[in-house]
Design a protein around this ligand. Structure first.
Ligand SMILES: *Cc1c(COP(=O)(O)O)cnc(C)c1O
Length: 228
């Protein structure tokens, strides 16, 4: 019951933010971040129509995926170790959202090629320059763009970011605007359409939608507080 109410509140929040920004509500997808939550909780969201789920650890995703109906779509939103790329590609993850280096992207491309497929990925950008963070710096991404685009068996669908936690949702706006601007710059440089911008979490998803997010990743506002 609780999960259904939370989900409906987030859906309404997304619709309102999209309307404020003059965007269609269909242009934003809600990804329910189910990390640490049991399959029973995920199933409640499923029964309320949720199909897109995200896990940040591959192992946890691989345990939960077979227990859920096959029409769910799963994204890996946490970092992918290069020695786990094959597992990630074989288990049915639809989108790797946190590819954070050229080396990892190259590993994904190599394994996808061996498996005879092309793997959709997002590139994680350390948009606010936090030294402790994963991701391409904007400068690295510009420098490595040609090499990334040349990888034969990845399909780079866009950018994602996890800005530093902020006091107020408004404080995330500059980071989201910067990610949108970077995606636009890379689109103009070509040759990829880069349709996806994955940004915004429980406390700031509405601001992210106003700034152009096409995927918002919401966990605790749907499923409740996470233990450790
Ligand atoms: C956990 C997580 C989220 C969701 O965070 P909430 O604040 O619970 O909404 C979003 N994105 C990533 C990458 C995460 O690891």
């Amino acid at each position: 019951m609780y999960i259904r109410e939370q989900l409906n509140e987030i859906r309404a929040g997304i619709a309102a933010a999209a309307a404020r920004a003059g965007r269609s509500v269909e242009s934003v997808r809600l990804l329910a971040v189910s990390k640490t939550f049991p399959v029973g909780d995920i199933m409640q969201a499923y029964e309320d129509g949720q199909r897109l789920f995200g896990e940040n650890r591959l192992q946890e995703a691989m345990e939960k995926m077979p227990q859920m109906p096959p029409d769910c779509e799963w994204h890996l939103i946490g970092p992918l170790q290069r020695n786990k790329v094959r597992k990630a590609l074989e288990c049915g993850i639809a989108l790797l959202q946190a590819v954070d280096s050229l080396k990892t992207a190259a590993a994904v491309s190599r394994v996808a090629g061996e498996l005879g497929k092309s793997m959709p990925i997002l590139l994680e950008v350390n948009i606010d320059g936090e030294p402790s963070k994963h991701g391409f710096s904007p400068e690295e991404l510009r420098e490595q763009w040609e090499a990334l685009v040349a990888l034969p068996s990845t399909e780079i669908r866009g950018l994602m970011c996890i800005p530093a936690p902020t006091e107020s949702p408004e404080d995330s706006r500059p980071a989201f605007a910067a990610l949108r601007a970077l995606a636009q710059e890379l689109r103009e440089r070509g040759p990829l359409p880069l349709p996806e911008l994955s940004m915004g979490m429980s406390h700031d998803y509405a601001v992210a939608v106003e700034e152009g997010a096409t995927i918002v990743r919401v966990g605790s506002a749907i499923f409740g507080r996470r233990g450790q």
